[in-house]
Design a protein around this ligand. Structure first.
Ligand SMILES: CC(=O)SCCNC(=O)CCNC(=O)[C@H](O)C(C)(C)COP(=O)(O)OP(=O)(O)OC[C@H]1O[C@@H](n2cnc3c(N)ncnc32)[C@H](O)[C@@H]1OP(=O)(O)O
Ligand SMILES: O=C([O-])CC(=O)C(=O)O
Length: 371
């Protein structure tokens, strides 16, 4: 048996949800550049789940369906209130809340396709409500109920702040959601597929995926980038800070990628958004520091920024708390996880690879007194 560390280069499934070919990312055949410039997040969710962009009436119906399911059970809010709110990371709270949602869905274990599709709508609609409610509760505020007359992005911002957001913020968040929606067999999506391939339920797959996204080598990197930017704080500090980190062989969050070796096609959109938004907020330093770090890491390590690097200054400019960055990634990636979960169910086989054994040779049990 031979092994490939981290399954690098292993093709583990077929999928028609998204593809990365020659560094070009497509969702159901549509180039991410095209979607980022034109599509609403609602259209992208529909596309990922159904294989085609919705017609006008299909989009109206789908958007309404999402809005109709955005409320979360009161028990979930009560459960969140009981958490040690000043200590809990919002990704941990989200993981627990999504697991708990299953307990209030009588159809949680019903495996028919129609029931699973309805669960997908509910989960996609409820995850932003959970993230916003948690954020408000820990700030000592009551959760804000979702509104059904706002777009997905606008409603999320509204539930976070209790105020109607401006168009610039809504468009920026919409674009970020589109850019993060799916990404072939990334670690969290693979996790979701492994989980549901045992014919476990959708909520279990989602809970597993959230756990995988949380890690700093994956979705957690966007929070790590902002931590680094905050520590650096000034443009003059970039050079000594990064030099020291590289000398200490530290990983620089937001750089490198398992698949993209010539650059992540999503990063240029986020870089442009970071430039524009930091100008609007009057804090161009976050963009300027990012560009300087980008230049240094590219020149010295040959590593390019991934989706998490410029999204940090984008989310900061949109006023999000830094530990909400990864949950916001999860709000978007939920659409991809659910598309892959539905695809896995539709053509399922248990996912069970092998391990090459490198442990002790065979030996015999020794009673405890003789060890
Ligand atoms: C949404 C996403 O998940 S995008 C990825 C988000 N994660 C990050 O930004 C965290 C930082 N980046 C990394 O840790 C990695 O680049 C990963 C996890 C994204 C990819 O990992 P792998 O494909 O396993 O690459 P691996 O970690 O083996 O890196 C290869 C070499 O480049 C180095 N390297 C890779 N990324 C970085 C980095 N960000 N900073 C410094 N060195 C790096 C490694 O140390 C390694 O060097 P070595 O060969 O001298 O040991
Ligand atoms: O594909 C990956 O390995 C990580 C990534 O960029 C993503 O999940 O968006």
């Amino acid at each position: 048996m031979s092994t490939t560390r981290g399954l690098e280069g292993i093709v583990a499934t077929t999928s028609s949800v998204s593809s990365i070919i020659d560094s070009v990312l497509t969702y159901q055949g549509y180039d991410i550049d095209d979607l980022a410039d034109n599509a609403s997040f609602e259209e992208v969710i529909y596309l990922l789940w159904n294989g085609d962009l919705p017609k006008k009436d299909e989009l109206t119906q789908f958007t309404q369906q999402l809005a109709d399911h955005a409320e979360i059970p009161n028990e979930i809010i009560e459960q969140m209130k009981a958490l040690p709110l000043d200590k809990v990371h919002p990704m941990a709270a989200l993981r627990t809340a999504v697991s708990s949602l299953a307990l209030f869905d009588e159809q949680a274990d019903v495996m028919e396709e129609e029931a699973n599709r309805l669960k997908a709508v509910k989960i996609q609609a409820q995850i932003p409500t959970i993230v916003a409610a948690f954020s408000r509760l820990r700030d000592g505020l009551e959760p804000v109920s979702p509104r059904n007359d706002l777009s997905f992005a606008a409603n999320f911002l509204y539930m976070l702040t209790g105020e109607e957001p401006d168009e610039i913020a809504v468009n920026a968040l919409n674009k970020a959601l589109v850019l993060h929606a799916d990404h072939e067999l990334n670690a969290s999506t693979f996790t979701a597929r492994v989980c549901v391939a045992t014919l476990s339920d959708v909520y279990s797959g989602m809970t597993a995926a959230i756990g995988a996204l949380k890690g700093p080598l994956h979705g957690g990197a966007n929070e790590g980038v902002m931590k680094m930017l905050t520590e650096i704080d000034t443009i003059e500090n970039v050079e000594p800070y990064i030099r020291k980190a590289l000398d200490n062989k530290e990983k620089i969050m937001g750089f490198g990628h398992r698949v993209y070796k010539n650059g992540d096609p999503r990063a240029k959109h986020l870089r442009e958004m970071s430039k524009r938004l930091t100008e609007i907020t009057g804090e161009p330093k976050w963009y300027e520091m990012s560009v300087k770090i980008d230049k240094m890491i590219t020149e010295e390590k040959g590593l390019l920024p991934n989706v998490d690097f410029y999204s940090a200054s984008v989310y900061h400019s949109l006023g999000f708390a830094h530990d909400l960055f990864t949950p916001i990634f999860a709000v978007s990636r939920t659409s991809g996880w659910l598309a892959h979960i539905l695809e896995q169910y539709s053509n399922n086989r248990l996912i069970r690879p092998r391990a090459e054994y490198v442990g002790h040779d065979k030996r015999s049990y020794v009673p405890v007194e003789q060890r």
